[in-house]
Design a binder for this molecule. Sequence first.
Ligand code: DAH
Length: 348
Amino acid sequence: MAEKTSILKEQFLERLEKVKSLSDLDEVRVAFLGKKGSISELMKEMKNLAAEEKKAFGQTVNVLKDEVAEKIAEKTKELKEQEIERENNAMPEFDVSMPANLERGSYHPITLVQRQCEDVFRSMGFTVEDYGEIVTDYECFEAVNIPKHHPARDMQDTYYLENGQLLKTQTSAAQNAIYKKYRDALVNEGRPIKAIFPGRCFRNEATDACHENTFFQMEGVMVDKNISISNLIFFMKTMLSEVFGRDIKVRLRPGYFPFVEPGFELDINCLICGGEGCPSCKNSGWLELCPCGMIHPEVLRMGGIDPEEYTGFAFGLGMTRLAMMKYGIKDIRDLNGADLRNLAQFTE
Ligand code: DAH
Protein backbone atom coordinates (compact mmCIF):
# COMPACT_ATOMS: atom_id res chain seq x y z
CA MET A 1 0.00 0.00 0.00
CA ALA A 2 2.82 2.37 0.94
CA GLU A 3 4.26 1.65 -2.46
CA LYS A 4 1.04 2.79 -4.14
CA THR A 5 1.04 6.10 -2.30
CA SER A 6 4.65 6.82 -3.18
CA ILE A 7 4.00 6.00 -6.87
CA LEU A 8 1.04 8.34 -6.78
CA LYS A 9 3.15 11.05 -5.17
CA GLU A 10 5.79 10.68 -7.87
CA GLN A 11 3.18 10.88 -10.59
CA PHE A 12 1.79 14.02 -8.96
CA LEU A 13 5.19 15.70 -8.70
CA GLU A 14 5.94 14.84 -12.31
CA ARG A 15 2.74 16.43 -13.54
CA LEU A 16 3.13 19.42 -11.26
CA GLU A 17 6.47 20.15 -12.81
CA LYS A 18 4.92 20.41 -16.26
CA VAL A 19 2.22 22.85 -15.16
CA LYS A 20 2.49 26.18 -16.96
CA SER A 21 -0.77 27.89 -16.15
CA LEU A 22 -3.54 28.08 -13.59
CA SER A 23 -5.81 26.06 -15.84
CA ASP A 24 -3.14 23.30 -16.18
CA LEU A 25 -2.91 23.33 -12.40
CA ASP A 26 -6.62 22.98 -12.00
CA GLU A 27 -6.58 19.89 -14.23
CA VAL A 28 -3.94 18.35 -11.98
CA ARG A 29 -5.94 19.22 -8.87
CA VAL A 30 -9.04 17.49 -10.28
CA ALA A 31 -6.98 14.46 -11.40
CA PHE A 32 -5.63 13.89 -7.87
CA LEU A 33 -7.93 15.53 -5.35
CA GLY A 34 -11.22 15.54 -7.28
CA LYS A 35 -14.09 13.23 -6.29
CA LYS A 36 -12.98 10.75 -8.90
CA GLY A 37 -9.32 11.68 -8.62
CA SER A 38 -6.52 9.16 -7.95
CA ILE A 39 -6.27 9.91 -4.21
CA SER A 40 -10.02 9.54 -3.65
CA GLU A 41 -9.90 6.26 -5.61
CA LEU A 42 -7.03 5.06 -3.41
CA MET A 43 -9.06 5.86 -0.32
CA LYS A 44 -11.85 3.65 -1.62
CA GLU A 45 -9.47 0.69 -1.50
CA MET A 46 -9.48 0.94 2.29
CA LYS A 47 -12.58 -1.22 2.51
CA ASN A 48 -10.61 -4.19 1.09
CA LEU A 49 -8.08 -4.04 3.89
CA ALA A 50 -7.92 -5.91 7.16
CA ALA A 51 -9.07 -3.88 10.16
CA GLU A 52 -5.56 -3.52 11.64
CA GLU A 53 -4.17 -2.16 8.38
CA LYS A 54 -6.91 0.38 7.87
CA LYS A 55 -5.63 2.99 10.34
CA ALA A 56 -2.08 3.12 9.01
CA PHE A 57 -3.37 3.20 5.42
CA GLY A 58 -5.80 6.01 6.17
CA GLN A 59 -3.02 8.04 7.81
CA THR A 60 -0.63 7.55 4.86
CA VAL A 61 -3.23 8.55 2.32
CA ASN A 62 -4.22 11.59 4.39
CA VAL A 63 -0.58 12.72 4.62
CA LEU A 64 -0.31 12.37 0.85
CA LYS A 65 -3.54 14.27 0.41
CA ASP A 66 -2.30 17.16 2.62
CA GLU A 67 1.02 17.26 0.83
CA VAL A 68 -0.65 17.40 -2.56
CA ALA A 69 -3.04 20.15 -1.43
CA GLU A 70 -0.17 22.16 0.00
CA LYS A 71 1.90 21.85 -3.16
CA ILE A 72 -1.09 22.93 -5.25
CA ALA A 73 -1.60 25.98 -3.03
CA GLU A 74 2.07 26.89 -3.35
CA LYS A 75 1.99 26.51 -7.10
CA THR A 76 -1.18 28.60 -7.36
CA LYS A 77 0.51 31.44 -5.53
CA GLU A 78 3.60 31.17 -7.71
CA LEU A 79 1.57 31.20 -10.95
CA LYS A 80 -0.48 34.22 -9.85
CA GLU A 81 2.67 36.15 -9.03
CA GLN A 82 4.12 35.27 -12.42
CA GLU A 83 0.96 36.47 -14.12
CA ILE A 84 1.10 39.86 -12.38
CA GLU A 85 4.74 40.19 -13.29
CA ARG A 86 3.96 39.38 -16.93
CA GLU A 87 1.23 42.03 -17.02
CA ASN A 88 3.55 44.60 -15.51
CA ASN A 89 6.22 43.91 -18.06
CA ALA A 90 3.79 43.66 -20.97
CA MET A 91 4.71 45.59 -24.12
CA PRO A 92 3.32 49.13 -24.18
CA GLU A 93 0.22 49.55 -26.36
CA PHE A 94 2.19 51.70 -28.82
CA ASP A 95 5.34 50.03 -29.86
CA VAL A 96 7.60 52.94 -30.77
CA SER A 97 9.96 50.64 -32.58
CA MET A 98 7.30 49.56 -35.09
CA PRO A 99 7.85 50.77 -38.67
CA ALA A 100 5.60 53.70 -39.72
CA ASN A 101 2.03 52.77 -40.51
CA LEU A 102 1.52 53.52 -44.18
CA GLU A 103 -2.24 53.65 -43.68
CA ARG A 104 -2.05 56.88 -41.65
CA GLY A 105 -4.41 59.74 -42.48
CA SER A 106 -3.57 62.78 -44.55
CA TYR A 107 -4.57 66.42 -44.83
CA HIS A 108 -6.80 67.73 -47.58
CA PRO A 109 -4.76 69.82 -50.07
CA ILE A 110 -6.84 72.90 -49.21
CA THR A 111 -6.14 72.43 -45.50
CA LEU A 112 -2.43 72.28 -46.30
CA VAL A 113 -2.52 75.50 -48.32
CA GLN A 114 -4.75 77.22 -45.77
CA ARG A 115 -2.39 76.41 -42.91
CA GLN A 116 0.56 77.61 -44.87
CA CYS A 117 -1.15 80.95 -45.67
CA GLU A 118 -2.20 81.30 -42.04
CA ASP A 119 1.36 80.76 -40.84
CA VAL A 120 2.73 83.36 -43.23
CA PHE A 121 0.13 85.98 -42.29
CA ARG A 122 0.43 85.24 -38.59
CA SER A 123 4.16 85.84 -38.85
CA MET A 124 3.32 89.26 -40.34
CA GLY A 125 1.09 90.14 -37.36
CA PHE A 126 -2.33 89.20 -38.76
CA THR A 127 -4.97 87.50 -36.64
CA VAL A 128 -6.79 84.46 -38.03
CA GLU A 129 -10.55 84.82 -37.67
CA ASP A 130 -13.22 82.16 -37.68
CA TYR A 131 -16.56 82.85 -39.32
CA GLY A 132 -19.80 81.01 -39.97
CA GLU A 133 -21.00 79.53 -43.22
CA ILE A 134 -24.58 80.72 -42.76
CA VAL A 135 -24.84 84.52 -42.81
CA THR A 136 -27.40 87.26 -43.30
CA ASP A 137 -28.05 89.18 -46.51
CA TYR A 138 -26.66 92.24 -44.74
CA GLU A 139 -23.32 90.57 -43.97
CA CYS A 140 -22.85 88.96 -47.36
CA PHE A 141 -24.04 91.83 -49.56
CA GLU A 142 -25.36 95.05 -48.01
CA ALA A 143 -22.40 95.62 -45.67
CA VAL A 144 -19.96 95.24 -48.56
CA ASN A 145 -21.72 97.81 -50.68
CA ILE A 146 -23.94 95.45 -52.69
CA PRO A 147 -27.45 96.73 -51.95
CA LYS A 148 -30.59 94.88 -53.06
CA HIS A 149 -31.00 94.90 -56.85
CA HIS A 150 -27.32 95.67 -57.42
CA PRO A 151 -26.21 93.86 -60.60
CA ALA A 152 -23.19 92.38 -58.75
CA ARG A 153 -25.65 90.06 -57.00
CA ASP A 154 -26.30 88.27 -60.29
CA MET A 155 -22.85 86.71 -60.24
CA GLN A 156 -23.29 85.35 -56.74
CA ASP A 157 -26.51 83.38 -56.61
CA THR A 158 -26.49 81.06 -53.62
CA TYR A 159 -28.59 78.76 -51.43
CA TYR A 160 -31.16 80.43 -49.19
CA LEU A 161 -32.65 79.20 -45.93
CA GLU A 162 -36.33 79.62 -45.22
CA ASN A 163 -35.55 82.26 -42.60
CA GLY A 164 -33.86 84.46 -45.22
CA GLN A 165 -30.30 83.62 -44.21
CA LEU A 166 -27.96 82.25 -46.84
CA LEU A 167 -24.82 80.22 -47.39
CA LYS A 168 -22.10 82.82 -47.84
CA THR A 169 -20.91 83.39 -51.38
CA GLN A 170 -17.69 85.14 -50.40
CA THR A 171 -15.49 85.49 -47.33
CA SER A 172 -16.02 89.26 -47.75
CA ALA A 173 -19.16 88.52 -45.72
CA ALA A 174 -17.00 88.61 -42.58
CA GLN A 175 -15.55 92.08 -43.23
CA ASN A 176 -18.22 94.06 -41.40
CA ALA A 177 -18.01 91.97 -38.23
CA ILE A 178 -14.21 92.19 -38.21
CA TYR A 179 -14.24 95.98 -38.49
CA LYS A 180 -16.71 96.20 -35.63
CA LYS A 181 -14.72 93.75 -33.53
CA TYR A 182 -11.44 95.67 -33.79
CA ARG A 183 -12.46 99.30 -34.39
CA ASP A 184 -12.19 100.31 -30.71
CA ALA A 185 -8.64 99.01 -30.49
CA LEU A 186 -7.88 100.89 -33.72
CA VAL A 187 -9.38 104.19 -32.64
CA ASN A 188 -8.53 104.17 -28.93
CA GLU A 189 -5.22 102.33 -28.89
CA GLY A 190 -3.95 102.96 -32.41
CA ARG A 191 -3.71 99.23 -33.11
CA PRO A 192 -4.06 98.55 -36.87
CA ILE A 193 -6.66 96.00 -37.95
CA LYS A 194 -4.79 93.12 -39.56
CA ALA A 195 -6.95 90.05 -40.03
CA ILE A 196 -7.44 87.12 -42.38
CA PHE A 197 -10.49 84.88 -42.49
CA PRO A 198 -10.37 81.67 -44.45
CA GLY A 199 -13.63 79.89 -45.13
CA ARG A 200 -15.90 77.79 -47.26
CA CYS A 201 -18.08 79.62 -49.79
CA PHE A 202 -21.06 78.51 -51.84
CA ARG A 203 -22.54 79.54 -55.16
CA ASN A 204 -25.34 78.16 -57.22
CA GLU A 205 -23.13 77.18 -60.16
CA ALA A 206 -23.17 74.46 -62.77
CA THR A 207 -19.99 72.49 -62.07
CA ASP A 208 -17.21 71.76 -64.54
CA ALA A 209 -13.42 71.36 -64.31
CA CYS A 210 -13.05 74.99 -63.19
CA HIS A 211 -16.30 75.67 -61.29
CA GLU A 212 -17.72 74.20 -58.11
CA ASN A 213 -20.70 75.13 -55.97
CA THR A 214 -18.52 74.79 -52.86
CA PHE A 215 -15.02 76.26 -52.67
CA PHE A 216 -12.63 78.04 -50.31
CA GLN A 217 -11.46 81.63 -50.16
CA MET A 218 -9.27 83.54 -47.78
CA GLU A 219 -10.17 87.15 -47.14
CA GLY A 220 -7.67 89.57 -45.69
CA VAL A 221 -7.96 93.16 -44.51
CA MET A 222 -5.60 95.73 -43.12
CA VAL A 223 -6.83 99.11 -41.86
CA ASP A 224 -4.75 101.88 -40.33
CA LYS A 225 -3.73 105.45 -40.99
CA ASN A 226 -1.95 105.96 -44.36
CA ILE A 227 -2.40 102.44 -45.77
CA SER A 228 -1.71 102.47 -49.50
CA ILE A 229 -1.60 100.18 -52.50
CA SER A 230 2.15 99.66 -51.85
CA ASN A 231 1.27 97.95 -48.55
CA LEU A 232 -1.15 95.71 -50.40
CA ILE A 233 1.44 94.72 -53.00
CA PHE A 234 4.10 94.05 -50.36
CA PHE A 235 1.91 91.71 -48.28
CA MET A 236 0.57 89.81 -51.27
CA LYS A 237 3.99 89.33 -52.82
CA THR A 238 5.51 88.14 -49.54
CA MET A 239 2.71 85.69 -48.89
CA LEU A 240 2.74 84.19 -52.39
CA SER A 241 6.54 83.88 -52.45
CA GLU A 242 6.42 81.98 -49.14
CA VAL A 243 3.63 79.68 -50.28
CA PHE A 244 5.28 78.83 -53.57
CA GLY A 245 8.79 78.77 -52.10
CA ARG A 246 10.27 81.21 -54.66
CA ASP A 247 10.16 84.86 -55.57
CA ILE A 248 6.86 85.51 -57.31
CA LYS A 249 6.33 88.41 -59.70
CA VAL A 250 2.93 90.09 -59.44
CA ARG A 251 1.07 92.66 -61.47
CA LEU A 252 -2.13 94.60 -60.87
CA ARG A 253 -4.85 95.20 -63.43
CA PRO A 254 -7.97 97.24 -62.82
CA GLY A 255 -10.92 95.15 -61.63
CA TYR A 256 -14.37 96.01 -60.39
CA PHE A 257 -15.75 94.96 -57.01
CA PRO A 258 -18.33 97.12 -55.24
CA PHE A 259 -16.49 97.02 -51.90
CA VAL A 260 -13.10 98.33 -53.07
CA GLU A 261 -12.05 101.55 -54.81
CA PRO A 262 -9.83 101.29 -56.70
CA GLY A 263 -10.19 97.54 -57.28
CA PHE A 264 -7.65 95.23 -58.91
CA GLU A 265 -7.04 91.80 -60.24
CA LEU A 266 -3.70 90.60 -58.98
CA ASP A 267 -1.90 88.31 -61.41
CA ILE A 268 1.18 86.22 -60.76
CA ASN A 269 3.84 85.24 -63.24
CA CYS A 270 2.80 81.85 -64.70
CA LEU A 271 4.41 79.12 -62.60
CA ILE A 272 4.40 76.63 -65.43
CA CYS A 273 6.16 78.55 -68.19
CA GLY A 274 7.79 81.21 -66.02
CA GLY A 275 6.13 83.97 -68.05
CA GLU A 276 7.02 82.76 -71.56
CA GLY A 277 3.41 81.91 -72.40
CA CYS A 278 1.84 78.43 -72.37
CA PRO A 279 -1.63 76.83 -72.57
CA SER A 280 -2.08 77.08 -68.76
CA CYS A 281 -1.83 80.87 -68.86
CA LYS A 282 -3.50 81.19 -72.26
CA ASN A 283 -0.12 82.33 -73.63
CA SER A 284 -0.21 85.53 -71.62
CA GLY A 285 2.53 84.56 -69.15
CA TRP A 286 0.24 85.61 -66.23
CA LEU A 287 -2.28 83.83 -64.00
CA GLU A 288 -5.17 85.61 -62.34
CA LEU A 289 -5.01 84.76 -58.65
CA CYS A 290 -6.25 87.35 -56.22
CA PRO A 291 -8.75 90.17 -56.56
CA CYS A 292 -8.04 93.03 -54.18
CA GLY A 293 -8.24 96.76 -53.68
CA MET A 294 -8.47 99.70 -51.34
CA ILE A 295 -11.49 99.32 -49.06
CA HIS A 296 -14.41 101.47 -50.22
CA PRO A 297 -15.09 104.40 -47.81
CA GLU A 298 -18.72 103.31 -47.53
CA VAL A 299 -17.68 99.81 -46.37
CA LEU A 300 -15.43 101.30 -43.70
CA ARG A 301 -18.23 103.61 -42.59
CA MET A 302 -20.66 100.68 -42.27
CA GLY A 303 -18.02 98.96 -40.11
CA GLY A 304 -17.94 102.00 -37.81
CA ILE A 305 -14.61 103.37 -39.07
CA ASP A 306 -14.13 106.95 -40.26
CA PRO A 307 -12.82 106.80 -43.86
CA GLU A 308 -11.53 110.37 -43.58
CA GLU A 309 -9.05 109.20 -40.99
CA TYR A 310 -8.33 105.59 -41.88
CA THR A 311 -7.71 103.67 -45.10
CA GLY A 312 -7.15 100.01 -45.76
CA PHE A 313 -6.76 97.27 -48.29
CA ALA A 314 -8.67 94.02 -48.73
CA PHE A 315 -8.10 90.92 -50.78
CA GLY A 316 -9.99 87.72 -51.53
CA LEU A 317 -7.58 84.92 -52.27
CA GLY A 318 -9.08 81.97 -54.09
CA MET A 319 -7.71 79.22 -51.88
CA THR A 320 -9.14 76.42 -53.97
CA ARG A 321 -7.46 77.96 -57.01
CA LEU A 322 -4.20 78.33 -55.08
CA ALA A 323 -4.26 74.68 -54.01
CA MET A 324 -4.91 73.59 -57.60
CA MET A 325 -1.95 75.63 -58.83
CA LYS A 326 0.37 74.57 -56.08
CA TYR A 327 -0.34 70.87 -56.47
CA GLY A 328 -1.09 70.78 -60.22
CA ILE A 329 -4.70 69.62 -59.71
CA LYS A 330 -6.49 70.01 -63.04
CA ASP A 331 -10.12 69.35 -62.11
CA ILE A 332 -11.65 71.33 -59.22
CA ARG A 333 -14.20 68.56 -58.64
CA ASP A 334 -11.46 66.20 -57.43
CA LEU A 335 -11.15 68.40 -54.33
CA ASN A 336 -14.72 67.69 -53.26
CA GLY A 337 -14.58 64.02 -54.27
CA ALA A 338 -13.79 61.27 -51.81
CA ASP A 339 -11.07 59.51 -53.76
CA LEU A 340 -8.15 59.22 -51.38
CA ARG A 341 -5.80 58.34 -54.24
CA ASN A 342 -6.20 61.98 -55.29
CA LEU A 343 -6.43 63.65 -51.93
CA ALA A 344 -3.94 61.77 -49.79
CA GLN A 345 -0.82 62.32 -51.88
CA PHE A 346 0.16 65.80 -50.73
CA THR A 347 0.76 65.30 -47.00
CA GLU A 348 4.49 65.06 -46.45
N1 DAH B 1 -15.32 88.60 -52.68
C1 DAH B 1 -14.85 88.68 -54.04
C2 DAH B 1 -15.41 87.47 -54.82
O1 DAH B 1 -15.65 86.46 -54.24
C3 DAH B 1 -13.35 88.66 -54.06
C4 DAH B 1 -12.73 89.92 -53.57
C5 DAH B 1 -12.41 90.92 -54.43
C6 DAH B 1 -12.45 90.11 -52.23
C7 DAH B 1 -11.80 92.08 -54.04
C8 DAH B 1 -11.84 91.26 -51.79
C9 DAH B 1 -11.52 92.24 -52.71
O2 DAH B 1 -11.57 91.50 -50.53
O3 DAH B 1 -10.90 93.35 -52.27
O4 DAH B 1 -15.55 87.60 -55.99
